[in-house]
Write a protein that binds this ligand. Structure first.
Ligand code: ZN
Length: 69
């Protein structure tokens, strides 16, 4: 299901996590050459992705929200 990015935070290992408007979180790792998301490591890049759409597999699975807000 397509969901919009409403924010970002870092997990305990420093990987970036997108916060989606459905209440789910989704990792958006920059781990080249496997996962190349150079935009995620800069504040400007992340700000530019606010409102962008990610496919939320947790919604497809009916998973409970990762956060309450
Ligand atoms: Zn979701």
């Amino acid at each position: 299901m397509d969901r919009r990015i409403v924010g970002f935070h870092q997990d305990g290992e420093g990987h970036w996590v997108a916060e989606l408007d459905c209440g789910h979180n989704q990792h958006v790792r920059h781990d080249p050459p496997w996962m190349s998301r150079p935009w995620v490591v800069t504040p400007e890049g992340r700000a530019g992705r606010l409102g962008a759409v990610l496919e939320c597999k947790k919604c497809d699975q009916g998973a409970p929200p990762d956060r309450s807000t």
